[in-house]
Design a protein around this ligand. Structure first.
Ligand SMILES: [Zn+2]
Ligand SMILES: [Zn+2]
Ligand SMILES: [Zn+2]
Length: 344
């Protein structure tokens, strides 16, 4: 089988789902290319931003004049902590089933500066962000009710981010959400079958092939996974088998900050605009189990396809069948790798 020419499907061993790859379609004429987006530069402080230091948020709470990172409970939380555990199965038919979901939603501002992003922050300024992630994971994951802590960043209006101020969210839940549940099952099955860690083995293979690696340092590797769905999707994996970020050494914290800065600034060079994405940290569940199967990693899912304004849509066959991509993960990796080494 020629992975560079023939339509084929690839397995995502982390979720046991497939992606259809149609490399022959990538040679279609580039249609609808739009001129570069005019992006208005942001001010360092925006008096109307509810995340800037000293400003008032919805509900009248005023932010402190914070100097580094700042964490607060989401004013429009999707989850509430004080919900009693209950399950409903209407007429016991297993068809109309509902459960309560206790949880906590917080917001983390990365910096007091409204105009920065992970891509434009210095590695030294990203380190406190990583420390804050670790502290929040430890605190929320340590709560009895919380069995999973999801830290994620939505960047750009295209991804629904309502505010350009650099920030991320934490949704900590009683249940383990669907995406990490699938990864938990796959990593557990792999460990049971082979007595080894799925992602340790995968990173080892990718390091040998080098085809899909975009950026790497002593502690982390960023690559376009073999099974990537989004055009410029990235997976960041720790080289050492860590189940969550509380196991990061001082040096690994610096390396993680560095690779985050490197991949986000590389993204911004793809179409010459701040690159929208959803990024998430996948750490082991905090349900009191050992989780020796889990390998800490981060996903970047950027929607842009051919220009600053042309995004990939997950519609039609993708919605009803399986996701599909045209440019191969190898070509996307090559493009990102070229940009990763060039100066801006
Ligand atoms: Zn702001
Ligand atoms: Zn591992
Ligand atoms: Zn994951």
């Amino acid at each position: 089988m020629k992975l560079t020419e023939e339509p084929h499907r690839r397995l995502n061993p982390l979720t046991n789902e497939w992606v259809l790859v149609s490399p022959h379609r990538a040679t279609r004429p580039w249609q609808g290319e739009v001129a570069k987006l005019q992006t208005t530069p942001q001010p360092a402080y925006d008096p109307s931003c509810y995340l800037c230091p000293g400003n008032e948020r919805a509900g009248g709470i005023r932010n402190p004049r914070y100097a580094s990172t700042f964490v607060f409970e989401n004013d429009f939380a999707a989850l509430k902590p004080d919900v009693t555990s209950e399950r409903l199965d209407i007429e016991n038919a297993e068809l109309l089933v509902a459960e309560t979901e206790p949880g906590i939603c917080r917001v983390i501002c990365f910096s007091p500066h409204h105009d920065l992003t992970l891509a434009t922050m210095s590695v030294q300024d990203i380190e406190p962000v990583v420390h804050t992630w670790v502290g929040q994971f430890r605190e929320l994951g340590g709560l009895d009710k919380i069995n999973y802590v999801q830290i994620f960043e939505n960047r750009g209006a295209m991804m629904g981010a309502s505010n350009p101020h650099p920030h991320c969210q934490i949704w900590a839940t009683a249940s383990i959400p669907d995406a990490p549940s699938k990864e938990l099952a796959a990593q557990s099955a792999y460990l049971q079958k082979r007595g080894r860690c799925l992602l340790c083995d995968y990173v080892g293979l990718e390091a040998k092939q080098e085809l899909r690696i975009v950026s790497e340092n002593d502690a982390f590797v960023a690559l376009v996974p073999f099974w990537a769905i989004w055009p410029f999707e990235l997976l960041i994996c720790s080289r050492r088998h860590l189940k969550d970020m509380t196991e990061l050494t001082h040096e690994e914290t610096r390396c993680l900050s560095e690779i985050l800065q490197h991949v986000t600034s590389t993204y911004d060079k793809v179409f010459g605009v701040p690159f929208p994405y959803s990024m998430g940290l996948h750490q082991a569940p905090t349900d009191g189990q050992k989780h020796s199967e889990w390998h800490f990693h981060a996903h970047f899912y950027p929607p842009l396809l051919r220009s600053a304004t042309i995004r990939k849509f997950m519609v039609g066959f993708e919605m009803l069948g399986t996701p599909q991509r045209d440019i191969t993960p190898e070509i996307a990796a090559e493009r990102l790798r070229e940009l990763a080494v060039t100066k801006r």
